[in-house]
Design a binder for this molecule. Structure first.
Ligand code: SF4
Ligand code: SF4
Length: 442
């Protein structure tokens, strides 16, 4: 049996209620926190080792954790003050315990002396990559993959296309939208730096058609910065999960990333718009990555887009937005589709946190599959989610593997479309973790 459907162009996905409450809310700078909690593992790859100890004084922007591994990203002090302790936190994505350093503010926000700035044209590719690495930049769309690694493809992988991702297809989240509007020049400067590193033939900026103001703004900036000959804006239908890397590549270039492969296997690198802005700050401004825009939304009294120092506790930001409104009993880091529930208000903003969503959780009773096929229509990877559930329930994990479970990136479009309320992604996650355990035993 063929477990994969033929690629169906853009006919997959689901139309979700957008609820982008903060689309017209300008970015506000959050007050300097009294303390920050800096976890030593904020990226896919190796965790950092602390470079400071309890009692040490630190300055804003000072590197306080690093790793010698290639796939890693250092962490920095995001306020000035004293290392007042350490703690262990459960990482929201991996569920593993990670060490974190606590910095108590001295209230001065005194920065490390910045390195000298110089013209981008004078920099070598090696120097640019070094600056990106030292700034601790990771993919800010949520994946948190170290950016300098993504910009260092193996020699046999020629990158002919760069896609800058401004889709932001999850409901509620507007941080990238506001970054394009308010830091558009920095975003395009970051893209220009990426161009210098990878020398692609083509560059695209992908934006969904529900962000017409951003499309117009970026179009004007491209022209005024004389980048419009090298880069095209691609307007995509507002549909979930339009912003996923593999679906973007399919839609824009009609190329299919192989199972278990990466965009670079088909000559493409995708970066998020906020990552491009961070690249500009690191390379042109010599600023480490210590703050990001976070949408705080849902059941809060005043939803906002806040410019937040990394390590700020969620509680501070919710209070800044007037506190919890109504009967919210769930906090999600990220959007409602792919975000991860968090139960500790003391948990800090980490590099990958683009949204804090408060909502009332709804429990629906799981029914039986009625073979309606809606999950197949929704799946952007042309998988057969109903079969994956059937095999997972029966413990037939090898059959899940044959049905390309590795290609599922857990977007949840299938579960959203399912009229029987089958928690398809949960079954898929269980099957994937069983397959990982089996592989580890071999
Ligand atoms: S969660 Fe996986 S199976 Fe379901 S729609 Fe997304 S990619 Fe397809
Ligand atoms: S959408 Fe739900 S009910 Fe319909 S085929 Fe898929 S799993 Fe079955």
């Amino acid at each position: 049996m063929n477990f994969k459907l033929n690629w169906r162009g853009t006919s997959y996905g689901v139309k979700l209620p957008e609820a982008k409450l903060t689309a017209v809310s300008p970015i506000e700078r959050a007050p300097l926190p009294e303390k920050v909690i800096i976890t030593l593992h904020q990226n896919i790859g190796a965790p950092c080792k602390p470079l400071v100890k309890r009692g040490d004084k630190v300055l804003t922007g000072q590197k306080i954790g690093d790793s010698e591994k290639f796939v890693s990203a250092p962490v920095h002090a995001t306020i000035s003050g004293e290392i007042s302790g350490t703690t262990m936190l459960v990482h929201p994505a991996t569920g593993q315990l990670v060490e974190a350093l606590i910095i108590s503010s001295d209230g001065t926000d005194e920065w490390v002396v910045p390195e000298a700035k110089d013209a981008i044209d004078t920099l070598s590719v090696e120097e640019i990559l070094k600056r990106i690495r030292e700034a601790g930049i990771v993919g800010l769309g949520g994946a948190a993959f170290p950016t300098q690694v993504k910009l260092s493809p193996p020699k046999d992988k020629r990158i002919d296309t760069v896609i800058l991702n401004g889709c932001e297809c999850e409901p509620y989240i507007t941080s990238d939208h506001r970054v394009m509007l308010e830091y558009g020049r920095e975003v395009l400067s970051g893209l220009n730096i990426i161009r210098k590193v990878l020398s692609p033939d083509n560059m695209y900026i992908a934006i969904e058609d529900n962000k017409q103001d951003a499309i117009e703004h970026v179009r004007k900036l491209l022209a005024s910065m004389k980048l419009d000959r090298n880069c095209k804006i691609v307007t995509l239908k507002s549909k979930y999960p339009m912003g996923a890397e593999k679906t973007l590549i399919q839609n824009i270039l009609a190329r299919e990333v192989p199972i278990g492969g990466l965009p670079m296997d088909v000559g493409v690198v995708v970066h998020n718009v906020s990552t491009a802005r961070a690249i500009h700050d690191a390379v042109s401004e010599r600023k480490p990555f210590i703050e990001r825009v976070v949408t705080v939304t849902g059941a809060v009294k005043e939803p906002k887009n806040l410019l937040v120092r990394l390590g700020t506790p969620l509680r501070d930001l919710i209070e800044n937005c007037g506190g919890i409104d109504g009967e919210a009993n769930e906090i999600i880091l990220g959007g409602p589709m792919m975000g991860i529930s968090q139960f500790d208000l003391g948990f800090p903003v980490i590099k990958g946190t683009n949204c804090i969503l408060l909502k009332k959780s709804m429990q629906s009773k799981e029914g039986d599959c009625i073979s309606c096929g809606r999950c197949l229509d929704a799946c952007p990877m042309s998988l057969m989610p109903t079969m994956l559930v059937k095999y997972a329930k029966a413990g037939r994990y090898d059959a899940c593997k044959e049905a390309y479970i590795a290609d599922c990136f857990e977007c949840g479009a299938c579960a959203y479309a399912c009229p029987a309320n089958i928690p398809i992604v949960q079954y898929i996650k269980i099957a994937k973790s069983e397959l990982i355990k089996r592989a580890a035993k071999k």
